[in-house]
Design a protein around this ligand. Structure first.
Ligand SMILES: C[S@@+](CC[C@H](N)C(=O)[O-])C[C@H]1O[C@@H](n2cnc3c(N)ncnc32)[C@H](O)[C@@H]1O
Length: 187
C-alpha cells in the first residue's frame, strides 16, 4: 500500500464525523478533500498552503465535490497554524495531516523546510485533542527532503512516549530515498 493510502486509512479509522481536522499542506487538494468527506457536513477542515496555486486547486476540487463550505482555506505557512485556528478549536483538533515536500507538477523550489516544519509539528501536537492523531509523510528523495525527514523523525521519536505514541511505518527492506509515513497518537 502506498504511504498516502496508508495515511488515509489510519486517519479514517479514527474519525467518525463532525470533527475539527487540519490538512497542513493542501497541495493539489487530495488530502483536504479526503478530510472534508470524513468529517461530514458538521465537521470543519483547516487547510494550509503557502502557494496561491495550491489554494486555488484545492478550492476548485472542493467546489466540484460541493463540500467547500466545511473547509477553511488558509494561504499561509503551517508554522502559523496557532494564529489562524479559531480559539475554540485549539486543543480540540482530532487529526492533522502533513504531506511534506513540493507540489507535484508545480514549482519544486517551493518545498517544506525543516525549520518551519518542526515549528508547525510542535504547534500541531499542542492543538491536538487528547486521543488526536497526526500523520507526517516524509520525502527523503531530494536533498532538502532528506534533511527534513531526518529532523522530523528524530523529533517525533524524541517525544515523551507516555503522551505521544510515535510509529514509523518505514519498511527496512525499502531503499532510503522512498517516501515514508510517521504517525503520532496523542493520549
Ligand atoms: C506534497 S505537497 C502536498 C500534497 C497534498 N497534501 C495533496 O493531497 O495533494 C506539499 C505542499 O506543501 C506546501 N508547503 C510548502 N511550505 C509550506 C508551509 N510552510 N506551510 C504550508 N504548506 C507548505 C507546498 O506549497 C506544497 O503544495
Amino acid at each position: 500500500m502506498k504511504s498516502t493510502q496508508l495515511a488515509h486509512q489510519l486517519v479514517s479509522d479514527r474519525l467518525e464525523g463532525s470533527e475539527v481536522v487540519v490538512d497542513a499542506t493542501a497541495g493539489n487538494g487530495h488530502d483536504t478533500l479526503f478530510l472534508a468527506e470524513q468529517v461530514g457536513v458538521t465537521g470543519v477542515v483547516y487547510s494550509f498552503d503557502v502557494q496561491e496555486e495550491a489554494i486555488r486547486m484545492t478550492r476548485s476540487r472542493l467546489e466540484e465535490a460541493q463540500i467547500s463550505d466545511r473547509v477553511i482555506m488558509c494561504e499561509t505557512g503551517h508554522e502559523n497554524l496557532d494564529e489562524v485556528i479559531r480559539a475554540p478549536h485549539l486543543g480540540n483538533i482530532s487529526a492533522i495531516m502533513f504531506n511534506l515536500g513540493y507540489l507535484p507538477g508545480g514549482d519544486h523550489s517551493i518545498t517544506t523546510l525543516k525549520g518551519t516544519t518542526l515549528t508547525a509539528l510542535r504547534k500541531a501536537l499542542e492543538c491536538l485533542r487528547d486521543g488526536g492523531f497526526l500523520t507526517a509523510l516524509c520525502y527523503p528523495g531530494h536533498d532538502e527532503g532528506l534533511e527534513e525527514s531526518v529532523e522530523v523523525l528524530t523529533f517525533l521519536e524524541s517525544l515523551d512516549q507516555a503522551h505521544f505514541l510515535t510509529k514509523n511505518y518505514r519498511d527496512a527492506s525499502i531503499p532510503d530515498n522512498v517516501p515514508f509515513l510517521v504517525s503520532v497518537q496523542k493520549s
